[in-house]
Design a protein around this ligand. Structure first.
Ligand code: ACO
Length: 381
């Protein structure tokens, strides 16, 4: 086994931030709208001395320095970002300043809203896994400055960068068969005017696109994993990964989204199982969901009664499996491409720091980018 995966990762966020409670006052909205309504505590932002290229330079420099990586041992650098400093010259080429004496480095910048970093990571995994791999490291950088026009989306801004070192025999390894993707042509979030840094965003549509992508990739990944696992053994459901990491636009959305997985599990148990007995058990188990099992999923997105039922069913598992990953983004906000990796770093810091990321444990990772493109995959400790 090659155990291709993540060897190390490094995080950088600007040192300037605002508390969401202060932002509520500043924006003249009701107290609690951002802190309780969105579940956010803070928001990081850049001053005029930083841009996405400098965030990327800082985080890669720091990764190389802390892990004592010789720049000539790196054969691939790929960047995911949607904060374009230039429409042609890529951030990847700017990072070449950090690799003196080494021009033989593959990779470019990948753009697809919040998904670019995941595209870059999957490319790096494939390279390291392939016959073409030359034994050197890949570095994947995800960096963004998320900023919205004044209005309801502004509190979901943020800024940050993550650099990941990718290679073989990794402590967090990726099985290339354990992934599922959903892509569709949607117009939930886009940036048509290159002179304006704010996106055009339809908040409600972006939430339903996020739910739809999540449900699709989750069901698909569960089907894949359960098919290859021993017959009859349901190996993958909402509570089987020891930890989850979700792309985190804001904490409340992640919490609600995790709840949706319990509805997906209940549906699968009832409709996919062949044995009548299992059907009955599943219905008993998720008895409180009976009213919603047959409804098309999309028609249930705005259903407040379902939402509170799912919240109740998933609350404990959310706390155990997902809240640690979410902690960093609660404090710094949405970091777009970096968000899911910031979540991974947050989990490693909080859970790994206590020695709980032990061999054999698994992590479910969900990455979403508007427009839209999403992938769910599993990592093994
Ligand atoms: N106290 C407590 N809760 C409050 C308060 C208050 N004073 N005021 C409002 N709330 C609650 C609402 O009840 C609502 O709760 P619910 O979600 O449980 O129903 C919640 O706060 C949000 O309020 P809304 O009025 O529904 O939404 P709002 O107009 O604040 O906009 C939105 C939120 C749509 C997320 C906006 O910030 C946005 O467009 N953000 C950018 C898009 C985004 O992040 N999309 C996510 C996926 S795509 C991506 O990653 C970019």
């Amino acid at each position: 086994e090659k155990h291709v995966g993540i060897l190390a990762l490094e995080v950088y966020t600007p040192s300037t931030f605002i508390k969401q409670s202060k932002l509520e006052k500043h924006c003249g909205v009701e107290s609690g709208k951002y802190t309780k309504g969105l579940g956010q505590e803070g928001l990081a932002f850049c001053g005029d001395a930083e841009d996405v290229n400098s965030l990327s330079l800082t985080v890669v420099h720091s990764l190389l320095e802390k892990y004592e990586i010789d720049p000539t041992t790196v054969g691939r650098v790929e960047v995911g970002t949607e904060t374009l400093v230039d429409k042609s010259k890529s951030t990847k080429t700017v990072l070449m300043d950090l690799f003196p004496g080494n021009t033989d480095i593959e990779g470019a910048t990948v753009v697809n809203a919040c998904y670019g970093g995941t595209a870059a990571l999957l490319n790096a995994f494939s390279w390291v896994e392939s016959d073409g791999w030359d034994g050197r490291y890949a570095i994947v950088v995800a960096a963004d400055i998320a900023t919205y026009a004044p209005g309801p989306a502004r509190p979901t801004s943020g800024a940050g960068a993550v650099a990941l070192l990718v290679g073989r025999d990794a402590p967090l390894s990726f099985n290339p068969r354990e992934r599922a993707t959903h892509s569709a042509n949607t117009w939930d979030f886009f940036k048509p005017d290159p002179t304006v840094e704010y996106p055009e965003v339809d908040g409600a549509l972006s939430q339903s696109c996020y739910y739809a992508a999540l449900e699709n990739v989750y069901n698909r990944l569960a089907d894949k994993i359960n098919k290859v696992s021993k017959e009859g053994v349901k190996e993958f459901d909402a509570e089987s990964p020891d930890y989850w990491v979700f792309h985190a636009p804001y904490n409340k959305l992640v919490q609600k989204s995790y709840g949706r997985l319990f509805l997906m599990d209940a549906r699968r148990n009832v409709y996919d199982s062949e044995g009548e007995e299992e059907k009955k058990d599943a219905t008993d188990l998720h008895g409180s969901l009976t009213d919603w099992l047959a409804k098309p999923s999309k028609e249930t997105y705005g259903d407040k009664s379902l939402e509170s039922t799912l919240k109740r069913l998933s609350a404990r598992a959310f706390e155990e499996r997902l809240s640690d990953a979410n902690m960093a983004s609660k404090l710094v906000g949405n970091t777009y491409t970096a968000s899911v990796f910031l979540g991974l770093a947050s989990l490693i810091d909080r859970v790994g720091g206590k020695g709980q990321l032990t061999p054999g444990k698994t992590l479910g990772i969900f990455s979403y980018g508007s427009g839209s493109l999403a992938t769910m995959y599993r990592l093994h400790v």
